[in-house]
Write a protein that binds this ligand. Structure first.
Ligand SMILES: Nc1nc2c(c(=O)[nH]1)N[C@H]1C(S)=C(S)[C@@H](COP(=O)(O)OP(=O)(O)OC[C@H]3O[C@@H](n4cnc5c(N)ncnc54)[C@H](O)[C@@H]3O)O[C@H]1N2
Ligand code: MOO
Ligand code: MG
Length: 403
């Protein structure tokens, strides 16, 4: 293998390169989907309100509506009763209306008092016991939004909140970018699918299940390309046969071993965009193209697959869909561990928060997927740095990566 000592590319540079590639290959086709099918999809056009919200002034409390200007402090007769869902008459001058939360405030009324602050006399007249302020307890028309306002920008990732908001303005469907078609290829002679007996030297294919579920959550259509044996000709053939996909996502075969053929097949096909990053786990992440189709070769170790997919491939896919904010933010937490020896690669430790401090799993081998199942997130230790207990480290919750 050439260039055994080539410098490692910093993570931020690798991400910038991937995002550049993503922007050069946007997935722009739209489709209309029902709100119930739109979770995780990306909005293709701005979402514009077709009505004021609320559409009419309504009561924020259960109580009584009156017109403050006409009221001299005397008890008022109740002239109508207004429940949510009713269309009230105009308020009769000199009276009040019984009203409940969410019910339309009748024309002529401009103030609502909550029922706890009134007393009702034997004659049914309402005594207002506290000073009143005009417009109190009324949610005015258009308080949330006006007709014509943009509520969500194109490129917004849709989740429960956005879908609720779309429904609140009466939309039953939304235009979304079509699902990216992602082929998942697991390389390795040693791999066996779960549910089968393990033979000598074999292990179960875990990466495939990790990636398929994750891609589905990301709103991708997964093309399962199965297990590919460690063979150069078969690798060329498999990559060549995966037509009509937006991305080929493989695991394994990207390091320098004698059975690592994915990287070789990609290098034959053209110049690599990325190989060898200053990231641990995940150093041999490989990005290239095969007959015009983008290929991301994730390293085979399961924790390397997890970290490189979450931090690099996921942002790439989302950016192809037009999402602007694709990087996890994380937050800073005091370290509950020490890091005495500066590393050459940026490390992403599978870690948890305990008593406000970040604690790494005891075994950070990139082959140990259990570390990630134990973890609540990734703790970032920058290359070239040491840490003492209590020093600030960035912690990226798994929930930020997995959605
Ligand atoms: N001489 C060197 N050797 C290695 C280097 C290096 O720089 N010099 N880098 C190491 C690093 S770092 C990583 S990460 C791995 C990446 O290797 P590959 O991407 O080539 O992956 P494989 O060799 O095919 O497999 C690695 C490991 O992962 C297991 N694996 C693979 N696929 C799956 C799967 N679908 N499910 C579960 N486990 C899988 C495989 O059995 C191996 O144990 O290279 C180091 N070597
Ligand atoms: O970078 Mo590799 O992922 O350490 O094992
Ligand atoms: Mg290898």
């Amino acid at each position: 293998m050439s260039e055994p000592h080539s410098p490692l590319m910093p993570v931020e540079q690798a991400l910038a390169r991937l995002l550049e590639l993503a922007e050069a290959a946007p997935i722009t086709e739209h489709e209309l989907v029902d709100l119930t099918d739109a979770d995780g999809r990306v909005l293709a056009e701005p979402m514009v309100a077709g009505l004021d919200l609320p559409p009419w002034p309504n009561s924020a409390m259960d109580g009584y509506a009156l017109r403050l200007a006409d009221w001299q402090g005397e008890p008022l007769e109740v002239s109508q009763r207004i429940l949510a869902g009713m269309a009230p008459d105009a308020l009769q001058p000199g009276t009040c209306a019984r009203i409940f939360t969410g019910a339309p405030v009748p024309e002529g009324a401009d103030t609502v008092e909550m029922q706890e602050n009134v007393s009702v006399g034997d004659d049914g007249h309402v005594h207002f016991n506290q000073p009143l302020k005009i417009a109190q307890n009324i949610r005015p028309q258009g308080q949330e939004n006006r007709k014509g306002e943009t509520l969500l920008a194109a490129g917004t990732r849709l989740g429960p909140i956005e879908l609720g908001l779309a429904a609140s303005i009466g939309l039953a469907q939304l235009p979304v970018r079509r699902k990216p078609r992602v082929a998942v290829l697991s390389t390795g002679d040693e791999l066996v699918e779960p549910g089968h007996e393990l033979g000598a030297g074999q292990i179960y294919n875990s990466n495939r299940y990790l990636l398929v579920a994750w891609l589905q959550r990301l709103g991708c259509e997964v093309i399962d390309a199965g297990i590919l044996p460690d063979d150069l000709e078969r690798t060329r053939q498999a990559l060549g046969e995966l037509e009509g996909v937006d991305l080929i996502l493989s695991t394994g075969g990207v390091s320098v071993g004698e059975a690592d053929f994915l990287g070789i097949a990609l290098r034959e096909a053209g110049e690599l965009a990325l190989w060898k990053l200053a990231i641990k786990p995940g150093k041999p992440l490989t990005v290239g193209e095969f007959r015009g189709r983008p290929v991301i070769g994730l390293p085979g170790n399961p924790a390397s697959t997890l970290v490189t997919f979450g931090l690099l491939a996921r942002p790439y896919l989302l950016r192809r869909l037009g999402v602007q904010k694709v990087e996890p933010l994380g937050f800073n937490v005091p370290a509950g561990f020490t890091w005495p020896k500066p590393g050459k690669r940026r490390e992403f430790l599978r870690a948890r928060l305990e008593n406000g401090r970040v604690v790494p799993y005891s075994n950070q081998s990139s082959g140990v997927l259990r570390s990630a199942a134990w973890a609540e997130g990734l703790a970032q230790v920058l290359e070239g740095t040491t840490l003492a207990e209590g020093d600030s480290v960035r912690f990226i919750p798994m929930s930020e990566l997995l959605g």
